[in-house]
Design a protein around this ligand. Structure first.
Ligand code: 5AD
Length: 365
């Protein structure tokens, strides 16, 4: 796989200048667009180390050495959308499609609960088979069966009324990455009809309803510039979400972006550190995509300021079919069954997995 080694990096800034920006970010939790751009574009390994140390300290101040876990249930890979980067896009005829029944989803939760998960994430493509009635029924039953658990939805762009209905049925949280803030960049990653404005409108609706909201973006997606990332940071500052999920773009061979270079772990880690300093109490996952491009990606993510991991709880027979990008991890320590092994890896770097809902402390808005 090609990676974009010098991805958005040139014009190194002197260490003293970069340090000053990082220090101010830690103090004031914001930078201007020009400052973000200069810091992202001019980053160096030395600055990254300085950043990670600060980010870890902030993370430990608020969340100690706890790592929150979420059981990820990928319940459908049917999708009405055709995003150019995504392996489960509608036009990919080679994707082996599946849907889980309510019973299968409940049995994932039951297994997850036994393993120690207290958050279930229902993630899927935008699949009309799950009508509001069916979805509400699933959410309500999980809520009634495991009242001490949080339910997170990650099912894309819906009407405000649907979001509200699911919230009232018992969903607590919603993950919807904004993908990229800039409207032009957004339109180069998505087919006509999907807009940055609508995506962002959904996020504001979710927040207003009362969901704990997670957003985020891909790092190193095709055509992304340092200015785009600066705009992403400014948007995050404004939205002030409870969680921010970021991971490197990784090409999928059956998509229009098959030949595009992947984003780097290096830039992803740097962005994680910046986000931790900008929104100190945010939940920050060390994502599967990061683990996919770097064998110790989870650890490195935690050491850059992340505090959440999301192992896969989907039934084993479908795991290999939820392929958003090539080589996506779904076995080994990525699998919920390997929690013990993941635990050991986290303990080896001085952290421990918490058995709790792991709610965000970023609630002051
Ligand atoms: N590489 C990395 N991340 C991807 N996603 C989708 N396709 C890819 C890819 N090729 C991410 C998107 C989406 C999330 C569920 O997965 O950011 O929001």
């Amino acid at each position: 796989m090609k990676t974009n080694n010098s991805e958005n990096r040139d014009r190194n800034i002197p260490f003293s200048k970069g340090k000053e920006l990082i220090d101010r970010l830690a103090q004031e939790h914001s930078l201007t667009r020009e400052e973000w751009t200069a810091l992202i574009r001019g980053r160096t390994p030395e600055l990254a180390e300085y950043l990670f140390e600060k980010a870890r300290a902030v993370r430990i101040r608020h969340y100690g050495h706890d790592i929150y876990i979420r059981g990820l249930i990928e319940f459908t890979n049917y999708c009405r959308n055709d995003c150019y980067y995504c392996g489960i896009r509608k036009s990919n005829r080679n994707a082996v499609r599946y849907r889980l029944t309510k019973e299968q989803i409940l049995s994932c939760c039951s297994k997850g609960y036994r393993l120690g998960f207290r958050t279930f994430v229902l993630q899927g493509g935008e699949d009309g088979w799950y009508t509001p009635e069916r979805m509400t029924d699933i959410i309500a039953e999980i809520h009634a069966s495991w009242p001490d658990c949080a339910i997170t939805l990650s099912i894309g762009e819906l009407s405000r009324a649907e979001y509200l209905q699911y919230f009232e049925a018992g969903a607590d949280r919603f993950l919807l990455r904004h993908e990229t803030f800039d409207a032009d960049h957004y339109s180069r990653l998505h087919p006509p009809g999907l807009t940055a404005a609508h995506r962002q409108k959904c996020l504001w609706n979710l927040k207003e309803i009362g969901y704990q909201v997670g957003t985020g973006f891909m790092v190193g997606s095709p055509y992304q510039t340092a200015e785009n990332l600066a705009d992403d940071m400014l948007f995050l500052r404004k939205l002030n979400p409870h969680m921010v999920g970021i991971g490197p773009f990784i090409p999928h061979h059956d998509t229009p972006f098959a030949g595009k270079p992947a984003g780097t772990a290096e830039l992803t880690l740097f962005m994680l550190g910046l986000i931790r300093l900008m929104i100190p109490r945010v939940l920050l996952p060390a994502t599967t995509a990061l683990g996919t491009i770097l064998p110790d990606g989870r650890e490195r993510g935690i050491l850059a300021g992340a505090n959440v991991v999301m192992p896969n709880l989907s039934p084993e027979q479908v795991r290999g079919n939820y392929l958003l990008y090539d080589n996506k991890l779904c076995t080994g320590d990525e699998a919920a069954e390997s929690l013990q092994s993941l635990s050991r890896r986290m303990e080896a770097i001085g952290y421990r997995i918490a058995v709790s809902r792991g709610d965000s402390l970023n609630t002051d808005f």
